[in-house]
Design a protein around this ligand. Structure first.
Ligand SMILES: [Zn+2]
Length: 492
């Protein structure tokens, strides 16, 4: 059994606080994870050999995620595995998805971080990092192969000699220090600078580069930042080359190896996310609502909530064979002729839905279960959207200031927190303005000639209308920084 990384998607919340993108009060790692899996596209929903059969979670996912991913994706047999937060969790999850026996289908690794509050400060006084989610799809085709990884802890200042450690890492990936097809990306804290000269002395044949600053809009988020390291390493590799991400820090060190064997799709904005929506009020980050809060709003019994999830989360309708009518939401009988036999589940479209009417709910006019949300983000819109001829849904609008959405606009649906009830979060679909998702189908250049590295990068590195040029400029810029690293080494 061996699967490679075939595509990787990134998704960030729409809200902006200080330098970071931050999840809204109706988002959490579960909703961000569902969204980023959706961005991988139809590849995760197809039946047969490409059907997703296992999802590995890295990050602070709520308990609802254990059953929620299967329900949200409509894959009842989906297995969920949880891994520790942070880089070791991500490398371990990728290795498990690549090498563990399982079904014949594909596996995904979903990694997410919530925004991190600074210690000894009230929520929102300041943040250490922002929020984001990334999803890796692994399958049997050739892509980015997952090699060995490992971590070790040691007392501060009493680690193994840097020279011995570097030789051990190279040996783990069968990279000869005297030369070979390899690129090393060195990531770490303030100690990283001390390692560079040792690398240059011990392994003059491999290219070593320092990881750049933390990803814009995200900062040092513990679990998603390593995904950006992999994006950075990918940009340095040519087909057939082995790369390693090495992390050194106080008290621990680790490595993760990869080999580029085929194309990898990178979906979403891996470069500059742009500026998000700045919340109007100071209470955005207070997060007063918790799952244990008692909602004063409309009571939906738990069994009925679970029973209606296919309609609530995936827009599943019933198609009646007797009269050919469609019933949505599902009721167990046909609303046209009353038949209850042989109803067939039918998936209604969930993207690019036309807005037929839109209403702004002003502060105080909302149902009480939405009080905490209004306190955080203010008034909101509710849209009546057309799902199919004669079938409509009323959806709360998310990620848009009230009044922005107009009749005739197109919206996508997205799973979000609604309100807490009976000790857990209830989730449902909301509407978000339809926006294009950047995609770079990055085909690594064939051959080993490094002369291509001089390709001039395009002036725009982000939000490029042509998905390919974003990938090209990214690769070119990575090559340039890598060659700068080599020049530095020769000068030393
Ligand atoms: Zn009927």
């Amino acid at each position: 059994v061996s699967r490679s990384i075939l595509s990787v998607a990134i998704s960030r919340p729409a809200w902006q606080v200080g330098p970071f993108r931050v999840e809204g009060p109706d988002e959490d790692p579960f909703t961000m994870g569902v969204e980023v899996l959706r961005r991988l596209g139809g590849s995760v929903r197809t039946a047969g050999a490409s059907e997703l059969h296992r999802v590995h979670l890295v990050g602070p996912f709520p308990p609802e995620a254990d059953w929620g991913f299967a329900e949200a994706l409509g894959l009842p047999g989906l297995e969920i595995r949880r891994h520790p937060t942070g880089p070791s969790g991500l490398w371990g999850a990728l290795a498990a998805a690549a090498h563990d026996a399982g079904g014949p289908g594909r596996e995904a690794v979903v990694v997410a971080d919530s925004a991190g509050p600074r210690e000894n400060a009230a929520w929102g006084a300041s943040l250490k990092w922002g929020a984001a989610a990334a999803a890796f799809l692994l399958g049997g085709e050739r892509g980015l192969a997952v090699l060995r990884h490992g971590f070790r802890g040691h007392a501060p200042g009493r680690g193994p000699s840097m020279r011995a450690q570097i030789l051990a890492w190279l040996d783990a990936l069968s990279l000869p220090p005297t030369g070979g097809r390899g690129e090393i990306l060195l990531a770490g804290d303030e100690e990283a600078g001390r390692w560079l000269p040792v690398w240059e002395e011990v392994a003059p044949g491999v290219s070593v580069a320092s990881a750049g600053s933390d990803p814009p809009g995200l900062g040092p988020a513990p679990s998603v930042r390593p995904a950006f390291l992999l994006w950075d390493l990918f940009g340095r590799l040519r087909t057939g080359e082995t790369g390693m991400i090495v992390e050194v820090g106080r008290g621990r060190s680790g490595f993760a190896g990869f080999r580029l064997e085929g194309a990898v799709r990178w979906v979403g904005d891996w470069t500059e996310p742009g500026t998000g929506i700045r919340p109007a009020g100071d209470r955005f980050l207070e997060r007063a609502a918790t799952a244990s809060a008692v909602s004063q709003g409309a009571y939906v019994p738990h069994p009925r909530y679970l029973e209606n999830l296919p309609s609530r989360w995936r827009l599943v309708a019933d198609r009646c064979p007797a009269c050919e009518g469609t019933t949505f939401p599902q009721r167990g009988f046909c609303r046209h002729c009353g038949a209850s036999e042989n109803l067939a589940a039918q998936l209604l479209p969930s993207e690019s839905l036309e807005v037929e009417a839109v209403t702004t709910i002003g502060s105080g006019a909302q149902p009480t279960e939405f009080d905490p949300q209004v306190a955080a983000t203010g008034p909101y819109d509710v849209a009546l959207v057309s799902l199919a001829p004669g079938l409509r849904a009323t959806l709360q609008v998310a990620d848009a200031p009230p009044g922005q959405l107009q009749v005739g606009d197109r919206v996508d649906t997205i799973l979000r927190r609604l309100y807490p009830m009976e000790g857990e979060w209830r989730y449902g679909l909301k509407a978000v303005p339809r926006a294009g998702i950047a995609e770079s189908s990055a085909e690594p250049p064939a051959g080993s000639s490094r002369a291509v590295a001089t390709t001039r990068p395009s002036p725009s590195r982000s939000r490029s209308p042509s998905s390919r040029s974003a990938a090209t400029s990214r690769r070119a810029s990575s090559r340039r920084s890598a060659s700068r690293g080599r020049r530095r080494r020769r000068a030393a």
